[in-house]
Unconditional design. Structure first.
Length: 508
């Protein structure tokens, strides 16, 4: 960032936060607030509000390694940045930090989030349209009823594995599995890939010592998928990306498969965990659902407003000098979309406790040309999965004190680590896996023999760039398509889950 330190720390007159506030507790060099570390991890919403009080709608912050950026807190300012791609680029190579030495691309943990990759997230203008066109064609080929049928099948299979036990940890055994099973299926992978990929993708996000091996495993699976689909296409996302007139290279196909898997998995799992936590901890929320004052899709939307699965979205880079929220933004500065902060901006939501009902104008899927193309699929997975869970186990109740629930946090998102519940044991309903087409051989851990994935290194320079920025960190058979012939193993006639929850609540 090219701002002088004085401006980066400037405080608005009369808006100085009291001692002990999260923004002051986490100041870094130059006095700017760190968006990482204990304060950001324990109380991110408190930190955003303290920043808003101190700086207004756009605040100077520090990322891991004390890398400087602007956090956009205002709702309108977020929409403005997301909707003006000529002013605010999505291409990280615009950032001046690559050239100023502010970051060491070889070691910085920020590179997976802000490094350049040959995918639609990192592209602007016509190149973005080319790549995004292929992605939306791949995602929109499935009719929603077909997708829902597969989610239904996977949800019943998962519930069958624990319904006799009378207790389950919902994050580890349900919400982290259902999105991955669904997404791997839509991508064109065999159903058997799901559980192993869940493990690898979870590990990849946790940045453990085995994360690199997990990343290699995910990539190896996707490489094998590309090879398999080149010779035998099906009705799946991988085949659609390859067949699209945009003419994606194998490398681009791989990057987009990985993008869809990772962008769609963690966010949808978070959304499901957050909705289910509300169901088991907030009697009013559960009561509104059970009593019909709030439908399940409305409950999902409420949680999208209040607890966005991605709280901070990286990033945009200023194409030229400009002003935003009263701040002087310099060419090449990095901006972060504060989705969670924007959603509770008093300018548009004076009372955050008022139910949002059908209002979908939140920022949780971002806005503008990069707005999430998978949002309908994310919503259907959450909606259908939770509906089935509550129908089969309407009496689920939190099995631990609410205060003992904990989160794993980063600058970007917050994940509930566990949601233990208990319920009356029930017999499994026997939901079989319909026979998928033959799957490709299961990959083993370790680097692929002939990698299609690029090695780490500089990405291609934009024509106007002086020096190249860093590139990315290195890193089935299809079922015939989600809208294929019906293979529903849905349950027989039963009371709706709402009726069952009502009965349960009345009994209590
Ligand atoms: C509740 C679930 C989800 C949430 C909250 C979410 C949120 C987001 C957000 C905030 C962005 C960034 C947009 C930007 O940079 O301005 C994004 C992009 C994207 N998401 Fe999602 N997403 C979800 C589910 C999914 C699913 C299920 C898929 C795929 C099936 C998906 C695929 C993508 C892709 C491909 C992009 C990049 C779009 C582009 O750059 O043009 N997402 N998502």
């Amino acid at each position: 960032m090219t701002l002088p330190p004085a401006e980066h720390t400037a405080e608005k007159a009369g808006a100085v936060p009291p001692p002990g506030c999260p923004a002051h507790a986490s100041k870094g060099p130059g006095g700017a607030t760190r968006l990482y570390g204990p304060a950001a991890e324990t109380d991110p919403m408190g930190l955003y509000e303290a920043l808003r009080a101190e700086h207004g709608p756009v605040a100077p912050v520090l990322l891991d390694g004390d890398v400087r950026a602007w956090l956009v807190l205002g709702y309108l300012e977020n929409r403005d940045v997301a909707s003006r791609p000529t002013q605010y680029s999505r291409d990280p190579r615009v950032w001046h930090g690559w050239r100023s030495g502010e970051i060491d691309p070889a070691t910085s943990p920020l590179v997976p989030m802000i490094g350049w990759r040959p995918d639609c997230v990192c592209a602007d203008g016509e190149e973005h349209q080319r790549l995004r066109g292929a992605v939306t064609a791949g995602l929109s080929q499935f009719d929603h009823r077909g997708v829902r049928r597969h989610i239904t099948r996977f949800a019943h299979q998962l519930i069958d594995t624990f319904c006799e036990d009378g207790e389950v940890e919902l994050v580890g055994q349900f919400t982290e599995h259902l999105p991955m099973l669904t997404l791997t299926h839509l991508l064109g992978m065999s159903d058997e890939s799901g559980p192993r990929l869940v493990h690898a993708a979870r590990d990849l996000f946790k940045a453990t010592e085995t994360s690199l091996a997990s990343n290699a495993y995910v990539i190896e699976c996707l490489e094998q998928l590309v090879v398999a689909k080149r010779s035998r296409p099906g009705q799946d996302i991988a085949s659609a990306l390859m067949a699209h007139p945009a003419g994606l290279t194998d490398e681009e196909v791989l990057h987009h498969l990985r993008l869809i898997l990772l962008a769609g998995y963690e966010t949808t799992a978070n959304l499901m965990s957050n909705v289910l936590r509300m169901v088991v901890t907030d009697p009013r929320f559960r009561g509104s659902l059970a009593g019909g004052q709030m439908t399940l899709p409305e409950a999902v939307e409420q949680v999208l407003w209040d607890e966005p699965p991605l709280m901070v979205c990286p990033g945009r880079w200023a194409n030229g000098d400009t002003t935003l929220g009263g701040r002087q933004i310099k060419a090449g500065d990095m901006l972060l979309l504060g989705l969670a902060a924007g959603n509770v901006d008093k300018a548009i939501r004076p009372d955050a406790s008022t139910p949002v009902h059908h209002n979908r104008a939140h920022l949780s899927f971002s806005a503008g040309t990069h707005e999430c193309p998978g949002q309908d699929i994310g919503r259907i997975i959450a909606d259908a999965g939770i509906d089935i869970l509550l129908t089969r186990l309407p009496d689920i109740a939190l099995a631990v004190p609410e205060e003992s629930l904990s989160w794993r946090s980063s600058t970007w998102a917050r994940h509930l680590t566990a949601l233990p519940v208990h319920f009356a044991p029930r017999v499994p309903e026997g939901h079989d896996v319909p026979n998928p087409l033959p799957a490709p051989p299961a990959p083993s851990f370790g680097p692929p023999s002939a990698p299609l994935w690029p090695s780490p290194g500089p990405g291609p320079a934009r024509p106007s760039d002086q020096a190249p920025p860093p590139g990315p960190v290195p890193g089935g058979g299809a079922t015939g398509g989600a809208s294929g012939p019906a293979s529903e193993h849905g349950p027989g006639p039963r009371a709706t889950w709402r009726t069952r929850v009502m009965r349960f609540l009345r009994r209590r």
